[in-house]
Design a protein around this ligand. Structure first.
Ligand code: C2E
Ligand code: MG
Ligand code: MG
Ligand code: MG
Length: 275
């Protein structure tokens, strides 16, 4: 009986694995079609400067406007794109959309920085520098207003090669931010060797405040020592906001300030630079 049960379980497990693999390859095919049909868009989430109370930056977050399923979140397609290499196509589209929006805000006189997420596979793409160079060279393009968010995992590997790539990107005028800081590679020795402008403290630490206070204070002190902007992610409550303000965090991002929204809804929150 036990053997029988075991075999049945194995069969069920196998079916589930098969079903999951089927679903994934169906989604992969669907993503390819969606990329051709320009079904991907960006929503923008504000970053509030705690000293001035102004929205000084926004993060562009990918969304898939699926004809039947509605708005699909990135966790449902980024990992598949990353696994299959479709991230190179999606990544380029995201940069096109984001950079066009940044240029439009700049043109309209809004003084706002735009952060865009770069996945590990995208960062290792040998064509990335050429593409960033191409955007930076466009007349009137506000390259100094663009920040690229990478995760700690990007910084593992050939240290000299990574440092050279980051230097090339920052020399073009882009800013570099470490996303989900504190959740990745724990060796901090790299941090001072790379040109960085911003540390984004992962939301998992913020949701555990004030219990996680010692860790958050440590990251805030590190950011201050490195002279980079400290941004708290996933700020949902007034108490978290107040704690971060009292402890010298530079900027906050999270539902407490605003949820990600389409560009058309964002302009009401932005200050014209000329005002
Ligand atoms: P991330 O870059 O760390 O982005 C922050 C995520 O936290 C976003 O989820 C945002 O909507 C969510 N968030 C913001 N405030 C709060 C809050 O107060 N509470 C909670 N619980 N969540 C909050 P989203 O948009 O679902 O994106 C998830 C992840 O997908 C991103 O994490 C990023 O790693 C990835 N992603 C999004 N867009 C892109 C993209 O264009 N390219 C790449 N490579 N990755 C992307
Ligand atoms: Mg991010
Ligand atoms: Mg993050
Ligand atoms: Mg993340």
């Amino acid at each position: 009986l036990a053997k029988n049960n075991g075999r049945n379980r194995y069969v069920i497990y196998d079916d589930q694995m098969g079903a999951a693999a089927d679903k994934r390859s169906r989604t992969e095919a669907e993503i390819e079609v969606a990329l051709d049909a320009n079904q991907f868009e960006l929503h923008y989430q504000p970053r509030l400067d705690l000293a001035t109370g102004r929205i000084v930056a926004v993060e562009g977050l990918a969304r898939w406007r699926h004809p039947e399923r509605g708005l699909v979140p990135p966790d449902d397609f980024i990992p598949i794109c990353e696994d299959t290499g479709l991230i190179h196509v999606l990544g380029r589209q995201v940069l096109e959309i984001g950079f066009a929006q940044a240029a439009a805000w700049h043109e309209a006189g809004y003084d706002v920085q735009l952060s865009l997420n770069i996945s590990p596979r995208q960062f290792s793409d040998p064509h990335l520098l050429e593409m960033l160079e191409g955007f930076a060279a466009r007349p009137g393009f506000p390259v100094h207003k663009i920040e690229l968010e990478i995760t700690e995992s990007v910084l593992i590997g050939d240290q000299d090669g990574i440092a050279a790539k980051l230097k090339a990107i920052t020399r073009m005028g882009y800013r570099i931010s470490i996303d989900d800081f504190g959740t990745g590679y724990s060796n901090l020795s790299y941090i001072s060797r790379f040109p960085l402008h911003c540390l984004k403290i992962d939301g998992s630490f913020i949701s555990l405040l004030p219990g996680s206070g010692p860790i958050v204070r440590l990251i805030l002190a590190l950011a201050q020592q490195l002279d980079v902007t400290a941004v708290a992610e996933g700020v949902e409550e007034q108490a978290q906001f107040d704690w971060l303000k009292a402890h010298g965090c530079t900027q906050v991002q999270g539902y407490y300030v605003a949820r990600p929204c389409p560009a058309s809804e964002l302009s009401a929150l932005l200050d014209p630079a000329t005002a």
